[in-house]
Write a protein that binds this ligand. Structure first.
Ligand code: F6P
Length: 525
């Protein structure tokens, strides 16, 4: 597809959107015009419901958006992903994360099953207290070293499902090159009972390698270099670099170039999830994701949850100039979900050149942000209600709590979630002061899970992954590369060199030189 093939649908949507930008338009009145609006504009898949009735849409809007999906050839793009075609065109690769969660008997990638089996043995060994460190003591702590896609997914899932985690092991995550991150983590741990997992697809990411070196130094302060074999495992495509680091062959877990970093938690990168939840929990996560894969692959576009979410995001981004989407999980357990989604969405959709290399003349990915509700209500919700920014919101909640005896508190949590979407929609126009007027007319989606468990979380995450892919197809961009990140990495090497006393700083701009000089002037070590 080239960028102009959905032009007719875009023009029709542009014209249609005028109706919703009229001063008199009231979102809440749509419920009066269409009596079964919740039935009409909600979709369920197993234990997951999407209510999208509080949006600027009516039946004509949905059919125009579906025309857009057809004109963008979304159905064939979905097929292409599931067939394993080279849809990551700028890196000449497939994007086959769905193969990581295909059922064992249906897999077309036997290496995935082999990797899962090896993970299973490692989990059994560690849970069974059979893996001992250099002193013969059993491993009690896992420190996962990775960043970006090699950190955010596993860290978020482990945090979300911590209530189901084994007590046999504690799993910790270190990502930042800021030495305080590693130091804070190691200060309560003992080297002889700690196993490090180096997670790096490339095994060349500065932050992860520096943290791995510092972790190895910490270990070797207690013992000799032979201990590295007992205290480090790695997950990477770059097996030779990991071997050079000192990791034994049997402690290397493979990754493949057809798994993008931000789509990799389903691979051995998810090892900390398997270590925390056990292999059954990890397999349930995969099964939930697979169920959403099947839904995305087979459901008609108008009943397809990821497609509907993508179309709504497109609608607001293109015709209502929405600069951002707030993702607000009414679940403390999902507090890290917005950070995970930031990478998933913004690394995938932050592009300004289309797949054919032509500059894009319309909007692409928006800014994703948010934190758990109800906390957000007491900080940024004021701007959502009365500010000048137009911010569609994705609410996420679970109907049930896993905390025994907490029924009333959980009902308050849900009531807060539902009442915020109501307040955003209806506002309050009849106030006694202009300062108290809340305009309303703010759209939102609500994703309601029956409960937060590994299976449902797998479905939820796959839903967002597929939404991102569907959006990339509508915008005709490649969701699977991230060339923009490379520039910062290269410049960081150059600036680091300039900060060493004997390197000429004049190659840098005046501001950067000024910052370096002041930092060096204040430097105490
Ligand atoms: O931030 C850029 C990026 O390439 C991400 O896409 C990736 O998830 C992260 O760095 C980590 O990369 P690696 O797994 O190769 O260390």
């Amino acid at each position: 597809m080239n960028g102009s093939s959905n032009k007719a649908a875009r023009l029709a949507l542009q014209k249609h959107s005028e109706e919703f930008r009229r001063k008199e338009f009231r979102l809440s009145e749509l419920f009066g015009f269409e009596k079964n609006r919740f039935q009409e504009y909600s979709l369920s898949h197993e234990g997951l419901l999407l209510d999208y009735s509080k949006n600027f849409i009516k039946s004509e809007t949905v059919s125009l958006l579906l025309d857009l999906a057809q004109q963008s050839q979304l159905p064939s793009a979905i097929d292409a992903m599931f067939r394993g075609e080279g849809i990551n065109t700028t890196e000449q690769r497939a994007a086959m994360h769905v193969a990581l969660r295909a059922p064992r008997e249906r897999t077309k990638t036997p290496e995935v099953n082999a990797s899962l089996e090896r993970m299973e043995s490692l989990v059994a060994e560690l849970h069974g207290g059979k893996w001992t460190g250099y002193s013969g003591r059993v491993i009690t702590d896992i420190v996962h070293l990775g960043i970006g896609g090699s950190d955010l997914g596993p860290a978020m899932v482990c945090d979300a499902l911590r209530h189901l985690a084994t007590r046999k092991l504690s799993v910790h995550f270190v990502s930042n090159i800021d030495p305080s991150h590693l130091q804070n983590t190691l200060k309560d741990l003992q080297a002889e009972t700690t196993l490090f997992v180096i997670a790096s697809k490339s095994f060349s990411t500065l932050e992860t390698l520096k943290n791995a070196e510092a972790a190895r130094d910490w270990l070797l302060e207690q013992t000799d270099a032979t201990a590295t074999a007992k205290h480090f495992v790695a997950i990477t495509t770059n097996l030779s670099a990991a071997t050079e680091f000192g990791i034994e062959e049997q402690n290397l877990y493979p990754l493949w170039d057809w798994v993008g970093g931000r789509f990799s938690l389903w691979s051995a990168i998810g090892l900390p999830i398997a270590l925390a939840l056990g292999m059954d929990g990890f397999r349930q996560l995969l099964a939930g994701a697979h169920s959403m894969d099947e839904h995305f692959r087979t459901a008609p576009l108008d009943k397809n949850l990821p497609v509907i979410l993508a179309l709504l995001n497109f609608w607001y981004r293109e015709y209502f100039d929405a600069h951002s989407t707030a993702v607000v999980p009414y679940s403390q357990r999902l507090n890290l979900l917005p950070s995970f989604l930031q990478q998933l969405c913004m690394e995938s959709l932050g592009k300004s050149v289309d797949k054919q290399g032509a500059p894009i003349e319309h909007n692409t990915g928006d800014i994703i942000w948010g934190t758990a509700g109800t906390n957000g209500q007491h900080s940024y919700f004021q701007l959502l209600h009365q500010g000048t920014e137009f911010v569609p919101v994705d609410f996420i909640a679970a109907a049930n709590s896993d905390v025994q005896g907490s029924a009333e508190a959980h009902q308050h949590l849900l009531a807060s979630c539902f009442s915020q979407s109501l307040a955003l929609m209806e506002g309050k126009l009849d106030a006694d002061s202009i300062h108290k007027v809340v305009a309303g007319n703010k759209p939102s989606n609500t994703l309601l899970l029956e409960e937060l468990n590994p299976y449902n979380l797998g479905m939820l995450l796959a839903l967002f992954e597929h939404k991102v892919y569907a959006l990339s197809v509508l915008w005709n961009i490649n969701a699977f590369d991230q060339w923009g990140v490379e520039l910062g990495k290269k410049l960081s090497t150059k600036v680091f060199a300039a900060m060493s006393a004997d390197t000429n700083q004049e190659l840098l701009d005046e501001s950067t030189q000024g910052l370096i000089q002041k930092a060096q002037h204040w430097r105490k070590d």
